[in-house]
Design a protein around this ligand. Structure first.
Ligand SMILES: NC(=O)c1ccc[n+]([C@@H]2O[C@H](COP(=O)([O-])OP(=O)(O)OC[C@H]3O[C@@H](n4cnc5c(N)ncnc54)[C@H](OP(=O)(O)O)[C@@H]3O)[C@@H](O)[C@H]2O)c1
Length: 281
């Protein structure tokens, strides 16, 4: 019988726990979001993040910049937030409009406030096995593994996708947890062969129903990061209905990885506030 890895339930539990911890600690963390333009999906993600802040008791402020903003304008906003002692975490919603240089923006966020974990300093720490802030999506997946007691040590994990927000940090986190890790991408030769060896298969491609049951080892744990539209419905990279028949555990889309991403962002923001409180005490 396949186990459905219920990210929605797990995230709700984590948020409730965080709310209690915050209440006990007397800390009042504050998250700032920066959004450039009015892409509906980005606006929805930012709204969800602010709603989670409210739920947990984290203060939040939203900076909205026009779609035609220059890189310099975005950098100015981020630098203002870096200097603001009342802000613990900064999140710049991606993707940015094409005239804005995402690397310069990511690198401009103070590493101590980089709750998204995309700054090269934080990625470097993660890859050296001493993480400070790890990117929220892969970090949330690690929490799911922990909650469902999925053994990682010695497991053969295959990650499909090598982006800095999902694939690469996912591989680093799995490696830090003693898994044997393979990263696949669009140039991988015989992807199905690689996938069929996976005890843990993580797909972060962005292609609806790309992962079919013949690519999956029977009994594998399957994590679906993809968010895709198919016939007006939200679906993952994995053909859930078919793959659930052979996997031992699987995340649904929606309700799997997505909610864990938001819970982790809240946890990272609280951690940033705690560290600041400790260092300024
Ligand atoms: N649930 C969440 O919270 C959450 C968070 C972030 C992202 N997502 C979703 O996750 C998906 C991936 O996001 P991302 O930001 O990592 O995307 P991305 O930057 O576009 O990266 C996609 C990766 O998939 C690889 N790929 C594409 N086609 C492939 C193929 N046919 N075979 C093997 N590899 C292939 C690409 O390889 P190359 O590098 O060779 O091009 C690339 O590394 C998207 O659907 C996104 O919406 C969900």
């Amino acid at each position: 019988m396949v186990i459905i890895l219920d990210g929605k339930k797990c995230s709700a539990m984590r948020l409730e726990l965080l709310k209690e911890e915050l209440g006990d600690s007397g800390l009042c963390p504050r998250l700032a979001t920066v959004i450039v333009g009015s892409d509906p999906a980005s606006q929805m993600y930012v709204r969800m993040k602010h709603r989670a802040c409210e739920q947990v008791g984290i203060g939040s402020v939203g900076i909205e910049l026009p779609a035609d903003s220059t890189t310099e304008k975005v950098l100015e906003s981020v630098q203002r937030l870096n200097r603001d002692a009342g802000i613990d975490g900064i999140l710049v919603q991606l993707p940015l409009p094409k005239q804005v240089d995402p690397e310069r923006v990511i690198e401009s966020v103070s590493p101590e406030k980089d709750v998204d974990g995309f700054h090269p300093e934080n990625l470097g720490l993660l890859f050296s096995g001493k993480p400070r802030f790890s990117p929220c999506t892969p970090s949330g997946i690690m929490t799911l593994f922990k909650e469902y007691k999925i053994p990682l040590s010695g497991a053969r994990a295959v990650v499909v996708g090598r982006s800095i927000d999902v694939g690469r940090p996912m591989a680093a986190l799995l490696l830090n947890a003693d898994a044997t890790v393979t990263i696949c991408h669009s140039k991988t030769k015989d992807l199905a062969e690689e996938l069929k060896r996976a005890d843990i298969l993580i797909s972060a491609i962005g292609k609806a129903h790309f992962i079919q049951p013949e690519m999956v080892k029977p009994g594998a744990v399957v994590i679906d990061v993809g968010i895709n539209q198919l016939d007006g419905k939200l679906v993952g990279d994995v053909d859930f209905a078919k793959v659930a028949g052979i996997a031992s555990a699987i995340t649904p889309v929606p309700g799997g990885v997505g909610p864990m991403t938001i819970a982790t962002l809240m946890e990272n923001t609280c951690r940033a506030a705690k560290v600041k409180a400790c260092t300024s005490a």
